[in-house]
Design a protein around this ligand. Structure first.
Ligand SMILES: *[C@@H]1O[C@H](CO)[C@@H](O)[C@H](O)[C@H]1NC(C)=O
Ligand SMILES: *[C@@H]1O[C@H](CO)[C@@H](O)[C@H](O)[C@H]1NC(C)=O
Ligand SMILES: *[C@@H]1O[C@H](CO)[C@@H](O)[C@H](O)[C@H]1NC(C)=O
Ligand SMILES: *[C@@H]1O[C@H](CO)[C@@H](O)[C@H](O)[C@H]1NC(C)=O
Length: 341
């Protein structure tokens, strides 16, 4: 008798616990979805629930382009020289003809990985902070600092803009012309400085810096810094695979370029989004977008005073990139942290 009573009581307790748990889950899901509907609110949490396998899976399925998720981001001595699927193209899509420069760069850096505390996360939440004017006055800084991985671009400053852009930087993606001479000023001590090689000169620049050789500044469209105070153990070289895939799969840039047509390269911004889609489980973005073409006065960036005028002769197709970003947003592969056009 007693044992039956106990088990009946136990059943009742079990039932009510189950009901409680279900109710709790339903409510949490409700609040999480409420939050994701108002991404501009400052109380937005980076929801680990977004990491659940099903949502990641759905995300990738809905992207429709076939993508082999590759999470090794940086060029490594061993795989680069022995890997079978290495591209046979010259830079920016492959290392053909630049192998020796690459070898010398990699020998000097000797580090090719992400830090273990990020690499070993079950769920990687990432934010790509674009340099666009749209991030001004958003007060997103403290939210941005909460992501596992904060990716910044080129020489965008942090000091003086912390309220809107935060001050944590996990990776900074740049190329020589967009490098700032002293990365220590606007980065953390352990920020990875990730160089995107567009051309052989870019690797040559890095090799000369790392080995303190005589600088040769020929072949750049803007003089790169001749003194660069970054720490060699923090330098990485982005695998050209990502540039190739961004151009080819995301932007559908014709390759090789049609005769007489200008060749376009992805911006570091869209490249960073693509890198994040490969590496991260959650990808949020802020500071993307350009002013309308007809508005020649509005600044492009959240810092400085560059306007659309200066983009006139750029080798980027920003309308194509805007379309690709819109598509990624519609597919819920990326989420904007602030309202945008
Ligand atoms: C940002 O806010 C400041 C002070 O509230 C204001 O002066 C400035 O015009 C705002 N900037 C933008 C881009 O809205
Ligand atoms: C970011 O700002 C906070 C608060 O001012 C400070 O404690 C922290 O050390 C800063 N981090 C970096 C990397 O500058
Ligand atoms: C733009 O900013 C730079 C430095 O910040 C300054 O030297 C230059 O005069 C400014 N140009 C205009 C048009 O305001
Ligand atoms: C940019 O891409 C769009 C397609 O997205 C294309 O129609 C346009 O011609 C391209 N711009 C240039 C200058 O090639």
């Amino acid at each position: 008798m007693t044992s039956i009573t106990i088990s009946r009581q136990f059943q009742a307790v079990l039932q009510s616990s189950i009901i409680f748990i279900i109710t709790f889950l339903t409510f949490s899901a409700f609040f999480i979805s409420l939050e994701s509907q108002s991404p501009a609110s400052k109380t937005l949490h980076i929801s680990q629930s977004e990491c659940k396998a099903w949502s990641t899976h759905r995300k990738w399925k809905s992207l429709k382009f076939k993508i082999t998720k590759r999470t090794k981001l940086f060029v490594k001595l061993e795989d680069f020289f022995w890997r079978k699927d290495v591209s046979r193209l010259p830079l920016p899509y492959g290392m053909q003809g630049s192998e020796l420069l690459l070898l010398k760069v990699l020998a000097a850096t000797a580090n090719y990985d992400m830090p273990a505390h990020i690499e070993n996360l079950d769920c990687r939440t990432c934010v790509v902070v674009g340099n666009g004017y749209s991030i001004r006055n958003t007060s997103l800084g403290s939210l941005i600092n909460k992501y596992d991985v904060v990716i910044r671009l080129n020489d965008a400053p942090v000091r003086g803009y912390e309220e809107d852009v935060g001050n944590k930087t996990t990776m900074r993606i740049f190329y020589p012309e967009s490098a700032s001479s002293n990365p220590g000023l606007h980065n953390d001590e352990d920020t990875l400085m990730v160089m995107v090689p567009f051309k052989p000169q870019d690797l040559r620049w890095l090799k000369e810096i790392l080995n303190d050789e005589k600088r040769d500044s020929r072949g750049f469209w803007k003089p790169p810094p001749l003194i660069w105070l970054g720490h060699r153990s923090k330098v990485r070289v982005l695998d050209p695979h990502f540039m190739h895939q961004t151009a080819n799969k995301l932007l559908h840039i014709p390759f090789p370029p049609k005769i007489k047509q200008k060749s376009f390269h992805p911006t570091t911004g869209i490249l960073a989004v693509f890198v994040a889609l490969n590496y991260c489980d959650v990808v949020h973005v802020a500071g993307f977008g350009y002013p309308p073409k007809q508005d020649q006065q509005q600044p492009i960036h959240y810092y400085g005073n560059q306007t659309m005028k200066s983009m006139k002769d750029s080798s980027h197709n920003i309308s194509r990139e805007a379309r690709a970003l819109k598509k990624l947003e519609d597919l819920e592969a990326i989420t904007y942290l602030h309202p945008h056009q």
